[in-house]
Write a protein that binds this ligand. Structure first.
Ligand code: PEP
Length: 253
């Protein structure tokens, strides 16, 4: 059975002081959450990863990073290696986020290298895929998602279903306050699951968690989580507020 995953992406937000304030508030509510069917991951910026680990080390919370290089070390100025992330207690790495694709020009080929490297060093990649509004309006959603999915996973042949996560994040829904309807999201999630079945096997496709991301809030998560192929959420803006993120993570499914 797949465990739900509630993942927070802080993006380029929070200083040391703000990180401390956040965890002081969030951890106070943690005992109210039943972790038997879910995992909760927070991905702070690199600069506060080690500091965040101090707060969560005796809790069930998981630590995530927002990107990673594929190599262990070397001449890769500005990059961080999977080994360095592991050393800090990181378990998940968000890869191919739409901001990496659209602001920093990361290609499917580059993202596939990152996915491979992270996987090889036994971190769990969260591969993000999703179409722009223009692509959706042209009826190209499934085509775009399929290409990003297949190319992003192209270097992973021998896959363990619980060691990789896919996040469907329509670009038009990220940070806009406009979320995909549960039906729109479920259509893409079930398509992704079907493609994973063809690519690997039925068993593996049923183990892989597929998250929805895009303007998730405590008010709209409940209906999204009713859909059979939505196994959790990747949350940006609302994960920055400890009270809102607590409500999202504590939702009854
Ligand atoms: C994200 O950054 O992955 C995201 C989904 O952002 P938001 O929740 O703010 O739309």
């Amino acid at each position: 059975m797949r465990k739900y995953l509630f993942a927070g992406n802080w993006k380029m937000n929070k200083t040391l002081k703000e990180t401390e304030e956040y965890f002081n508030k969030f951890l106070k509510r943690l005992s109210e959450i039943d972790f038997s069917d879910r995992e909760i991951m927070i991905a702070p910026p690199f600069t506060v990863l080690a500091y965040s680990k101090n707060f969560i080390k005796n809790t069930p919370l998981k630590l995530g990073a927002q990107n990673s290089c594929w190599e262990e070390k070397g001449a890769f100025t500005g990059e961080i290696s999977p080994v360095m992330l592991k050393e800090l207690g990181v378990e998940y790495v968000i890869l191919g986020h739409s901001e990496r694709r659209h602001i920093f020009g990361e290609s499917n080929e580059l993202i596939a290298k990152r996915v491979e490297g992270v996987y090889k060093f036994e971190l769990i990649p969260i591969l993000c895929v999703g179409e722009t509004l223009e692509e959706r309006n042209k009826g190209k959603t499934l085509e775009v998602v399929e290409k990003q999915l297949l190319e992003g996973l192209s270097n992973i042949k021998d896959i363990k279903g619980d060691k990789i996560v896919i996040a469907y994040e329509p670009v038009w829904a990220i940070g806009t306050g406009i979320n995909a309807t549960p039906e729109e999201a479920e259509e893409v999630h079930s398509f992704i699951r079907e493609r994973l079945k063809n690519l690997y096997s039925k068993e593996i496709s049923t183990q892989i968690r597929i998250l929805y991301g895009g303007s998730v809030t405590p008010d709209n998560i409940q209906d999204l989580m009713k859909k059979p192929n939505i196994d959790g959420v990747l949350v940006g803006g609302a994960s920055l507020d400890p009270e809102k993120f607590f409500k999202i993570c504590n939702i009854k499914v």
